[in-house]
Design a protein around this ligand. Structure first.
Ligand code: PEP
Ligand code: MG
Length: 322
């Protein structure tokens, strides 16, 4: 089994009828990036930069961040690296920063909301990213975007940082893609409008499911509502993909669902372009993709969208792929 997977390290992620997708890895730092390459990853679909902030006793400086981003981009040797800007708050706290007391931190002051409020913190990261951009293929992604204005404001700040650096005589790549996570239902529903502005989407199912089902992803008592295969979730994913494709933009997924063996056939059929997962899941996912027909999976996905429950979807997919 392990050997059968190992031969796929340098193989393409392509279906029996010639439809190609990208299998990428989720990382928290440089060590993970090396693992993604070793496991045949075609890129990094999510770099969770919050670890740079959490494993520290101060806000990391521009220089400190630049060194890490540069090293990760160099490790991927020109393959795409999607870096998510600071996603802090909710359950993720910092020892050196005081968060406001809130009834519902997951619905509160976090991620892009905090960054747009504290532009000093945000600018430092954007400048570090711009400086690192010349060492590989950088994509920047904003977390927890709920409105088009938030995206525009974040993107404008990025443009400002880029112009500022250029004026200082610092080289910045001209092909940085700027996209966003789709993890709030409002963004999924309005995906066709968002994709006029964003270069790409990455669907964060961990939060998208939590917010769609109104079920805390940390709570054992309501864990039964964490249902990736619920047709309502599949429809939100479908809206996101179709909305983006309407404007010629690509869509990835970096939530845990992207690496689930029974989800891959459905997501493939829905037209997902990039799947990002932990490094150790990549080869298994490639094995699955190479055995499937895109045309057949489009039909399978279509049927799933019109089912009544997660159980029905899962039973059906199992019957198809086994
Ligand atoms: C997600 O929400 O699916 C996601 C990938 O981000 P995180 O798990 O870091 O919230
Ligand atoms: Mg998230």
């Amino acid at each position: 089994e392990k050997k059968a997977l190992q031969v796929l390290v340098n193989a393409k992620s392509i279906t029996t009828d010639g439809h190609e997708v990208e299998l990428a890895g989720n990382i928290g730092g440089l060590k993970d990036a090396e693992q993604v390459v070793a496991n045949g990853g075609e890129g990094v679909g999510l770099f969770r930069t919050e670890f740079l902030y959490m494993d520290n006793d101060h806000f990391p400086t521009e220089e400190e961040q630049f060194e890490v981003y540069k090293a990760v981009l160099e490790t991927l040797k020109g393959k795409k690296v999607v870096v998510r800007t600071l996603d802090i708050g909710g359950d993720k706290k910092l020892s050196y920063f005081e968060f406001p007391e809130e009834m519902n931190p997951f619905l509160g002051y976090r991620a892009i909301r905090l960054c747009l409020d504290r532009k000093d913190i945000f600018r430092t990261q954007l400048r570090a990213l711009c400086r690192a951009s010349v060492y590989g293929k950088l994509c920047i992604m904003f977390p927890m975007i709920a409105t088009i204005n938030e995206f525009k404001e974040a993107k404008a700040l990025f443009e400002e940082c880029k112009a500022e650096l250029t004026a200082e005589g610092v080289a910045v790549s001209d092909n940085i893609e700027v996209g966003m996570m789709v993890e709030i239902p409002a963004a999924a529903v309005l995906a066709d409008e968002f994709s006029k502005y964003a270069d790409f989407f990455s669907i964060g199912t961990n939060d998208l499911i939590q917010y769609s089902m109104a079920a805390d992803r940390m709570s054992e008592k309501v864990a039964y509502l964490y249902q990736p295969y619920n047709p309502s979730i599949l429809r939100l994913i479908n809206m996101t993909i179709k909305g983006a494709h309407k404007n010629g933009k690509w869509v990835g997924m970096c939530g845990a669902m992207a690496g689930e063996p029974y989800a891959v056939p459905i997501l493939l059929g829905l037209g997902l372009n990039e799947f990002s997962m932990s490094a150790t899941q990549i080869l298994k996912a490639r094995q699955i993709v190479t055995k499937l027909s895109f045309e057949e999976m489009q039909d399978v996905a279509d049927k799933c969208l019109n089912m009544d429950s997660a159980e029905e979807v899962l039973d059906y997919v199992k019957s198809v792929v086994e």
